[in-house]
Design a protein around this ligand. Structure first.
Ligand SMILES: [Zn+2]
Length: 189
């Protein structure tokens, strides 16, 4: 699902109605919340839309291309992603189709200073889930976007890219400058 960018007016209105959006701290891999299986959303009240806005805000501030609710210490099944012209927010996502396999390098906002090489992901996926109001949605993606979706859905099940390394040598330390460069190349989720 692609959410249209809010106009300045509706953004203002949104701020008035739901208080200002907030940038949250992104928790890191030693925090046990990242290892929990996140809970399914059953009640689609305004707090869900607010959380989605906060996730986008926090992801933008951190220059990431994806962010899952557990990364801001909320163990519920919601993630956001933005890649090229696609902006996606999904509640209760489920991969219903996965095809092909490719290897790639991934970083994670919760694992600062490291990237993982040769991480295997499906080349294309179809993900079903719900939007902020509980309406059923379906997203098809391939390549980088498919990788981002798989990485974020892993977060909801308590997995990190560290669990997907074929060999410990594939975990690579990067300098702050390199991590920032990786962000620019859309590797950091
Ligand atoms: Zn991540």
């Amino acid at each position: 699902m692609v959410i249209r960018r809010m106009s300045a007016f509706s953004l203002e209105k949104c701020r008035e109605e739901t208080q200002a959006m907030a940038i949250h701290n992104v928790i890191t891999s030693e925090n046990p919340i990242l290892r929990q299986k996140a809970k399914k959303v059953h009640r689609f009240d305004p707090s869900i839309s607010k959380l989605i806005e906060d996730l986008f805000e926090t992801m933008h501030a951190a220059h990431g291309v994806g962010l899952a609710a557990p990364q801001i210490a909320q163990s519920i099944r919601i993630f956001v992603a933005e890649f090229e012209d696609r902006k996606i927010a999904m509640v209760n996502p489920e991969i219903i189709k996965a095809e092909g396999e490719e290897r790639g390098t991934e970083g994670c906002l919760s694992i600062p200073g490291y990237v993982g090489d040769n991480i295997r992901r499906a080349t294309s996926v179809v993900v079903k889930g719900q939007d902020a109001r509980g309406k059923a949605i379906r997203v098809r993606a391939e390549g980088w976007l498919a990788r981002i979706l798989q990485h974020e859905i892993d977060h909801l099940d308590g997995f990190l890219f560290l669990d997907r390394l074929d060999s410990p040598e594939d975990l690579r330390e990067v300098t702050e400058a390199e991590f920032e460069e990786a962000e620019a190349e859309a590797l950091i989720e």
